[in-house]
Structures are given as structure tokens and as C-alpha cells.
Design a protein around this ligand. Structure first.
Ligand code: SF4
Length: 511
């Protein structure tokens, strides 16, 4: 149950399919507008929000700067608290550790609190291959799992579903996964939530092993922090005998004092709430209370690759609030699936290439390389990011890495990349020699005269646009924009003719 992102097409192909789904676009527009407005209201209440953002960014930068030291401190504190620490270089190692621990307890099922890291490594699929069922307990994740679907938002994985669709999924699939939905189920949110609660309660009480991620890991005490809104996390973290937490190494925060600004930034930026409803913290094992065996898997899986990138490492500050998704004009129209990853939207467009690497080739490489171009570079994501990740800066940086990574390809990355490469080669040839440049300037001046004459067009309101070439409707770029016509006379020609403007220049147009 639940799909996989493996083999997803490149962003432009997936986006075209998503744009044709009017129900999806309606659901997304409604949901993102609602969350966006809530966030804007509660952020406006905070005096010094900008200072708080700067503080949050500085905390994460400090943690990343000395990551090796903080991780060793975290490990020591976790072990002192009774936890077992495992280090996982990649998804395969992390999954193998979880399977081994679950098998050691003869578990044929685990309950999970929503965790991006476990979705990133494909833990559910790895557990299923080992004959172990993984039950999602977050409401939206449950909807995705029962619907044999994929998550499409960091915070609201089923944002692409409306409540009528959720009712249909519950009626159809709940029975095959445990307690069925009542036959008289309606699409009232409270009724749907009650059905999910009854379905999940059985699983919480039965499961011997719980699996979680962590929003933060405080190094000074070895304390893991999970932030959630439904209380399911609290059940997963306290009821099973064994708890396995998979924690990305970038989640470390050196001290409790440094956790404070992040805990103030996160709820307002994510759910638009002043404080978070359920914040669970646990430090190893407490005898007689909660899980008596705690395993913590510290996961790299490409994070050190991202950390090595001078420009891109700021992406590791991300606290997964999803504010950048909700303001992104691209995300709002195509949804999360088009990004082909558990990390969609603007942060996904940089995090995936940073962690997986660019210029890799193959289906997955092409999909990853398409992501930095999935943006209009409008900058809205940077404006709202609580830890000031300059996503447009990283996108531009990654675009150059993608292009560099494909310079020796015999087949261009795409038609537009191919045309751009040809144009750049032509420019390099012309600029490489003064005579060739003079010849090119003459040719472009001639073209400018012809095109300006042909291209005169009417603008709304009856105005005339001189010197603009209206784009043919079929061209992607000029279909919605006018291309400025080349000047009729080059600057050098104008200078020669007028002596730099010291005598007659009435015949030229060097604009
Ligand atoms: S990049 Fe910033 S806005 Fe986007 S999810 Fe991460 S912390 Fe939130």
C-alpha cells in the first residue's frame, strides 16, 4: 500500500499532466490560500519577526558549521540516557537497521508517526519486503497510505484530496488494513477524524515497535523533539515497548537555548498557529515509563554531500515548515507529485539535487536535474522562509551545476538547453574576434530594421509598440512576451559616425 516516486518523469512532463487535473488545481488553490493567510496573520503579530528569522538562521548555521562535534556530543548524551545509536550512510543501511531491530522483537508490524526521513529512505517498502507492515498514524499520511497514493506536501501530505475523496478512500480501503470505516460514514471532517481514530487506536494498542523521525535533536542532553498536531505522535512515542527514531544528521541543535527560536518560528510558519499543539521530547530510556528500548539512527543519505556545497549548504537549515510551498506559484498549480520526491516545492527543488548530486544521467538523474528549473525565481519562498534560506540563489547555482554537468553530452538535456547552447557557442565565436563582431553587429542591425517593421503591433488600449517583436503563439517564451528587436545601429557604428555624439547623430537609432 502507498506508491513510490521511483521512475517518475522529469518535472516538465509531470507538471503538464498535473496541470490537466482541474480537481487537483482546485484543491491545491483552496488549501494553500487558507494556510498562507493563516501564516501571514500570526506572523504579523510578532514584533521583531525579522530578528527572530536571523536568530533561527544563525542557530542552524552554527550547528552545521561544527556538525561533526555536535553529532559526537549527541551520540554520547543519547548513549548516557540509555539509547542505542546507529549511524547510517544511506537509505539501505538505515532500512537494514530498522528491519533488524523489528525482527529481533518478532514484530510483524510497526506504528509510525509522520516522518519525512522515513519516507525519504523508503522505509515502508523495505519493511514490507521483510514481511513487516508499517502503519502510518498521521491522518493525512493514513489517507495517502490507504489511497495507495503519494504524499504531495511536507505538512499536509494529502493536500491534493478533498473530503469527499477521503470518505471514498476510507470506505474502500480501511477494512483491508484493520478496523473498517462505519457504513454510514459522511464527509464531515469530525466524522472522518472519528473513523480514523477508531481505526488507529487498535494499532497503537497492539504494536510492539514504534518508528518516528525527529524535528530536532538537542546535543547537550541527547533529547529528541517531535512536533505534531494530532496526538498520534505522542501515542507512537509512548505506547510501544521499542522505539526506533530515524534522524537526519542536520537536525542537531547544540543546546536547549538554541532550540527556543526554532520552536517559535516553526508553528507560525507551518500551521499558522501561535504554538504547537503536541510537542514531545524524550531522552533515552526512562525505567517503567514509555519505550524500554530506544534506538536512534543518525542518517546521512546525501546530507554531507549538500554540506560540502558552499552555496547549497544553507538548505540544511530547513525546519520543514512548508511555508515556501504554500507561497510558490509553481507548486500551487502543479502540486507536489510533479517534483517526484517526498520533498516537493521550492525546498525540494534544491534539496533533492543537493543530496543526490547533479549531472548523474539515467531516469533518476534526469528527473533530479529538472528540478532547479521548476521555478520562476520570484523570490516568494525566500521572503517567507523562517530560517532565511535564499532558495532563488541556490536554484541559480544548481542550474549552472546542471548545465556544467551536461557540457560533454552528445544529446542536449532538453530542446531549450540545446538551443541555448548553440546560441552561446555562436556568441562565443562572434565575441572572439573584432571583425566577426563587427560583421555580427551589421547583420543584427539589418535584422532589427526588418523585424521592427514586421513586428509593429497593437497593445491593449490602442497603443503601438515600436521596436518590439510579438512572439509567435507556439513559442514557449515569446508566446506571452514581446522580444525586443535588435537596435538598427550598433553602438560602435554610432560612435564611428558621430564621434561619440560630438557631431550629427540624427540618422541613427542606437537605442
Ligand atoms: S525552506 Fe524554509 S520555508 Fe521551505 S520548508 Fe524549509 S524552512 Fe520552511
Amino acid at each position: 500500500m502507498s506508491g513510490t516516486f521511483v521512475g517518475m518523469p522529469t518535472f516538465p512532463i509531470a507538471a503538464r499532466a498535473a496541470l490537466g487535473d482541474t480537481q487537483l488545481r482546485h484543491n491545491l488553490a483552496h488549501a494553500t490560500a487558507t494556510i498562507r493567510d493563516k501564516r501571514a496573520k500570526v506572523v504579523a503579530e510578532v514584533d521583531g519577526w525579522e530578528e527572530l528569522r536571523l536568530t533561527g538562521a544563525a542557530v542552524k548555521d552554527r550547528a552545521l558549521h561544527d556538525l561533526d562535534r555536535h553529532l559526537v556530543d549527541l551520540e554520547a548524551a543519547l548513549v548516557a540516557g540509555g539509547a542505542t545509536v546507529h549511524w547510517a550512510r544511506d537509505a539501505a543501511e538505515a532500512n537494514a537497521i530498522v528491519v533488524r531491530v523489528a525482527r529481533a522483537h518478532d514484530a510483524d508490524e510497526v506504528v509510525k508517526v509522520k516522518s519525512m526521513a522515513t519516507a525519504e529512505i523508503g522505509l515502508n517498502e523495505a519493511l514490507a519486503a521483510a514481511g513487516i507492515s508499517a502503519w502510518e498514524t498521521d491522518l493525512a499520511e493514513l489517507i495517502v497510505q490507504l489511497g495507495d497514493d503519494l504524499p504531495s506536501h511536507i505538512l499536509v501530505p494529502a493536500i491534493h484530496r478533498n473530503r469527499a475523496e477521503v470518505r471514498e478512500i476510507f470506505l474502500r480501503a480501511m477494512g483491508s488494513a484493520g478496523r473498517p470505516a462505519p457504513a454510514d460514514l459522511t464527509d464531515e471532517p469530525a466524522v472522518l477524524a472519528a473513523a480514523a481514530r477508531a481505526h488507529l487506536r487498535e494499532k497503537f494498542l497492539r504494536a510492539k515497535v514504534g518508528v518516528s523521525g525527529a524535528n530536532f535533536a538537542v546535543a547537550e542532553t541527547g533529547t529528541l523533539v517531535v512536533v505534531e498536531s494530532e496526538g498520534n505522535g505522542r501515542m507512537c512515542l509512548t505506547l510501544p515497548e521499542v522505539l526506533i527514531s530515524i534522524v537526519g544528521i542536520e537536525k542537531v541543535v547544540p543546546t536547549w537555548a538554541e532550540l527556543d527560536p526554532l520552536m517559535r518560528l516553526l508553528p507560525r510558519s507551518s500551521t499558522g498557529e501561535r504554538m504547537n499543539p503536541y510537542t514531545s521530547t524524550w531522552t533515552g530510556v526512562t525505567p517503567g515509563d514509555g519505550p524500554q528500548e530506544v534506538h536512534v539512527v543518525l542518517l546521512d543519505n546525501g546530507r554531507t554531500h549538500a554540506l560540502a556545497d558552499d552555496v547549497g549548504r544553507q538548505a540544511l537549515r530547513c525546519i520543514r515548515c512548508s511555508a515556501c510551498l504554500n507561497v510558490c506559484p509553481i507548486y500551487e498549480r502543479v502540486g507536489g507529485h510533479a517534483y517526484g520526491s517526498v520533498y516537493p516545492g521550492p525546498i525540494g527543488a534544491i534539496l533533492n539535487p543537493l543530496m543526490k548530486g547533479t549531472g548523474q544521467g539515467g531516469v533518476e538523474g534526469a528527473q533530479t536535474d529538472s528540478l532547479p528549473f521548476a521555478s520562476s525565481l520570484c523570490g516568494a519562498c525566500f521572503e517567507v522562509c523562517p530560517v532565511r534560506i535564499d532558495i532563488p540563489e541556490v536554484l541559480v547555482h544548481l542550474r549552472s551545476k546542471v548545465v556544467d554537468g551536461h557540457r560533454s553530452d552528445t544529446v542536449p538535456l532538453s530542446l531549450s538547453h540545446g538551443l541555448e547552447a548553440v546560441a552561446m557557442k555562436g556568441a562565443a565565436w562572434a565575441f572572439g574576434d573584432a571583425r566577426r563582431l563587427a560583421w555580427a553587429e551589421k547583420a543584427s542591425g539589418l535584422a532589427g530594421r526588418v523585424l521592427t517593421r514586421v513586428g509593429r503591433t497593437s497593445l491593449p488600449g490602442g497603443r503601438r509598440a515600436a521596436g518590439r517583436i510579438p512572439g509567435p503563439g507556439a513559442a514557449a517564451w515569446t508566446g506571452a512576451r514581446d522580444l525586443p528587436a535588435p537596435p538598427r545601429e550598433s553602438f560602435r557604428a554610432w560612435w564611428r559616425r558621430t564621434g561619440g555624439g560630438t557631431h550629427d547623430d540624427t540618422h541613427g537609432d542606437a537605442s
